[in-house]
Design a protein. Structure first.
Length: 439
């Protein structure tokens, strides 16, 4: 439900700096504290843009939703099969009260509301680079929504009206429109660095979108442009990408995720209490990941999964990829090579793109003659995506867009490719919003 009464952001002045503070009400905006786009000016707009970056930093659990649902994890004794994690993993009892649905919905639409305010103000002030950055963020938020829910309300300008769901195709068109604007008007990556939206981060996200839409050749072409224009390369130190990101050669765009601000600690989801990065230990690697995904010599295996020995000499296998607080990576160069591999297909360039990663990960290179057809090569690309992008939020949607998710044990029908619209939002919309089939 898209109204000021359910999606809102209130801004306060704190120690003379403007920061974003979330406030959800069921009734009306506290108008004396609300900031409208007309109250944003050239002197303070950067504060609001910075605030948008902070508040749109992905939530911890949401970041790995596609890993949870796609088969990379199983539940632990501390979470159980009836927890929100267990329900996604098993597929049992998934309904419109699921906390992941409501979390994504609220996160995306509250930040879309704020992005719209920044975009409106930037247009009024003729600040095209600010608008370009905000539109990149909005495109990323709608990408999350359309891949989770399908068609959703399309809110280009904030309104008090309840808005029905738009067709999925319209959401994809809107995402591409925002990204094309950002590509034209954002600053170059070599000026912005990796924690500000740039022309190249917009291209990287566009390549991902085009891959989702089946426009694979176009996606590959844009991915190649990103690699050339950024000058970035596959980092041979796989662990450094996630544990010392500032020193990595891979990052195209990431949310800064400073300890003093957002402080999202991915390690808290995976590490047990009493370990170096004490956490809740709510999910753990699935048996597939432990036994089948990685070759023993693959350097990603020891970074991504680890055995923790207990006092009684037993051990737990954990997801060990993340340690201290680091930037939340949205796009990196290895994804671009994987998009190029899939887009080029079974060809010399396709295999070379795959090998660009494999050789840096200490696994044997592949040859054209290793594959009998395009489907065999696609399967290898998807497996390489699973190895490389483990716990970065890709697996389930990779299986959905290639129509392989139906093979998962937690997916009963293709209706389950989408998540249920939050039941609370359907109620608040007074029936304007409709539920996805199967829920």
């Amino acid at each position: 439900m898209m109204t000021h009464s359910t999606i809102k952001y209130i801004f306060y002045t704190v120690i003379s700096l403007l920061v974003f503070v979330s406030c959800e009400q069921e009734l009306q905006i506290n108008s004396e504290n609300a900031i409208s786009p007309e109250q944003i000016n050239k002197a303070n707009i950067q504060y609001f843009l910075n605030g948008l970056y902070r508040t749109s930093t992905p939530y911890r659990d949401n970041y790995v939703f596609n890993d949870i649902r796609g088969g990379n994890y199983t539940w632990t004794v501390l979470s159980g099969n009836n927890s929100s994690y267990g329900v996604l993993i098993s597929g049992n009892g998934l309904d419109d009260s699921n906390s992941f649905s409501s979390s994504f919905w609220n996160y995306c639409y509250s930040n879309i509301y704020d992005a719209n305010n920044v975009i409106k103000a930037a247009r009024d002030l003729n600040m095209t680079t600010v608008e370009a950055e905000a539109r990149y963020v909005r495109a990323y938020l709608y990408y999350n929504l359309v891949t989770l829910f399908g068609g959703v309300p399309l809110v280009e300008v904030n309104t008090n009206e309840n808005i029905p769901r738009a067709e999925k195709s319209k959401i994809w068109e809107f995402i591409l429109s925002d990204l094309d604007y950002s590509i034209q008007n954002a600053k170059d990556f070599k000026v912005t660095g990796s924690t500000t939206a740039s022309k190249q981060s917009s291209k990287a996200l566009k390549a991902r979108v085009l891959l989702a839409l089946g426009k694979k050749i176009e996606a590959a072409d844009i991915a190649e442009q990103v690699i050339i224009e950024t000058g970035l390369s596959v980092d041979p130190d796989y662990g450094r990408i996630f544990r010392a990101s500032a020193n990595s050669s891979e990052i195209i765009f990431s949310y800064a995720n400073l300890i003093s601000e957002t402080n999202v600690r991915m390690s808290q989801l995976f590490w047990p209490y009493g370990t170096d990065w004490a956490g809740s230990y709510f999910v753990q690697p699935s048996s597939d990941v432990i036994n089948k995904v990685y070759q023993d010599q693959d350097i990603r295996k020891s970074i991504n999964i680890k055995n923790i020995v207990n006092a009684d000499a037993t051990f737990n296998t954990i997801v060990s990829k993340y340690e201290d607080v680091q930037p939340m990576i949205i796009s990196r160069v290895s994804e671009m090579y994987l998009i190029m591999a899939e887009g080029r297909g079974l060809s010399t360039k396709g295999v070379e793109s795959l090998n660009e990663i494999r050789l840096k990960r200490n696994v044997p290179s592949l040859r054209l003659e290793d594959f009998s057809n395009q489907e065999d090569f696609l399967e290898e690309v998807l497996q390489e995506r699973r190895r490389e992008l483990f716990s970065e939020g890709f697996l389930f949607y990779d299986l959905v867009r290639t129509n392989k998710a139906i093979q998962l044990p937690n997916i009963k029908s293709k209706d389950n490719y989408l998540m249920p619209i939050p039941g609370s939002q359907i109620i608040l919309s007074k029936g304007v919003l409709t539920q996805n089939p199967g829920y």
